[in-house]
Design a binder for this molecule. Structure first.
Ligand code: ZN
Length: 420
């Protein structure tokens, strides 16, 4: 009798333990899934400029590391600032990133800092690499993938010597990311140098399979809008996007039968390509706002061209669209920018200051205050408040008889009016 009782209890206990341990094992085996959205921070201060684009992921451990790095770099900038620099001597902190995944298991992020000291007129580069194993849920060092580090170093050293004419003395001074069947190696010095080596030429501990990017080449059918040139027109423009709020803005525009122009950053195009595609389909215009929001008027013509062309190229490759207009960062234009591009340089006539003003009604007020036929309104599609302000702004503009058009349409209307 007693033995039977023990047996029943044992079976009972096992009946609880086995399912629980299976659940635990299952969870251990569950791979984390990572999604990311690029975020942009832009600060235009008297003493300095900040533009940071970073990936916000769904993994708090990773986000924590990213934010720590950004805070650390921002602190360095602020500690170096003298109290009253001349505007021309402003310092600039620019952080950009590379993102890749491979073997459906590893996520690789490289944060790239370009810090310009305005008083010394000198650039400093810093890199921070994050490699995360989505299966083991832990951070790794990229060098762990290479069985023969001596050979790897030799190969990297040769490439830098051959391609850039620089001598590399050790692996510690380098940062690496695995992306699209290539090992990309960065060397921060007086410039940010980089080389790419096909993975096939390197001895790796694992066979790397990269996820091919699916390019959607569906023909884009643009909505053609009808504009009456005898009636007033106004162009709303959005800078620094796309972001998670752009979709809602596009929806609001569509519901109201309006169009706008989005001056996008090249480094966000790929992650938000669906939103951009939808935007173009609805008849909106896409403009160029540089690749990673560097202060263009500080750069050389070669660097300005790189900033503009990289964005043109990625828009052409991902959504088959070629912008015709450029909005220079911080609205600052000089002769070097004019020499560097055939795109029409487009500023604005009304600044809503939505980057500073948190109150939705005040943003709307700013836009409506001195509005006139032919005005260009500046907003930013990286804030939820700007998306909300648009919902209030559109009916007010329509009430006054305005047609909400793109920059190209606005120019066409102005041209038509000079003819008749
Ligand atoms: Zn901007």
């Amino acid at each position: 009798m007693r033995k039977k009782k023990i047996k029943t209890i044992l079976i009972g206990i096992l009946g609880i333990i086995i399912p629980i341990s299976m659940i635990i094992l299952y969870h251990f085996d569950q791979k984390e899934i990572v999604i990311y959205q690029p975020q942009t921070i832009v600060k235009d201060q008297k003493a300095y400029l900040i533009s940071i684009t970073y990936p916000k992921t769904n993994l708090s451990k990773v986000d924590h590391k990213i934010m720590n790095y950004i805070n650390q770099q921002t602190k360095i900038l602020k500690s170096n600032i003298t109290e009253f620099p001349y505007l021309i001597n402003r310092s600039e902190l620019n952080i950009d990133f590379e993102y890749s995944t491979f073997n459906q298991r590893y996520m690789n992020i490289l944060l790239k800092t370009d810090y310009y000291d305005g008083e010394e007129q000198q650039n400093y580069y810093d890199l921070y690499s994050i490699l995360y194993d989505l299966k083991q849920k832990q951070f790794l060092n990229i060098l762990d993938f290479f069985s023969e580090q001596e050979k790897l170093f030799k190969k990297i050293q040769d490439s830098f010597q051959k391609e850039k004419g620089i001598t590399i003395s050790n692996l510690d001074s380098l940062s690496m990311i695995i992306s699209n069947d290539q090992l990309i190696v960065y060397y921060p010095s007086d410039q940010l140098y980089s080389i790419s080596i096909p993975l096939i030429e390197l001895n790796l501990n694992l066979k790397i399979t990269t996820e091919k990017k699916e390019l959607d080449s569906k023909e884009l059918q643009r909505v053609v809008s009808t504009i009456d040139p005898t009636k007033p027109v106004v162009a709303i423009t959005f800078d620094d996007g796309p972001s998670e709020y752009t979709k809602e803005i596009i929806k609001t525009l569509k519901e109201n039968d309006c169009n706008a122009t989005f001056f996008v950053l090249g480094n966000k195009v790929e992650a938000y390509q669906d939103v951009i595609r939808e935007s173009i389909k609805n008849g909106n215009e896409i403009g160029n706002h540089s690749y990673n929001h560097k202060w263009l008027s500080r750069l050389s013509e070669k660097e300005i061209m790189e900033q503009i062309n990289k964005t043109q190229d990625i828009l052409q490759q991902t959504v088959e669209y070629t912008p015709t207009h450029l909005r220079p960062t911080y609205g600052s234009v000089n002769q070097r920018i004019k020499n560097s591009t055939n795109l029409s340089i487009t500023l604005w006539t009304i600044d809503t200051k939505d980057w500073k003003i948190k109150n939705i009604d005040r943003i709307v007020e700013k836009a409506m205050k001195d509005i006139e036929d032919g005005d260009i309104i500046l907003m930013h599609d990286i804030f939820e408040r700007s998306s909300e302000a648009l919902k209030k702004l559109i009916p007010l503009l329509k009430e006054q008889g305005y047609q909400l058009v793109t920059i190209s349409e606005l120019e066409e209307v102005k041209l038509l009016r000079t003819k008749y």
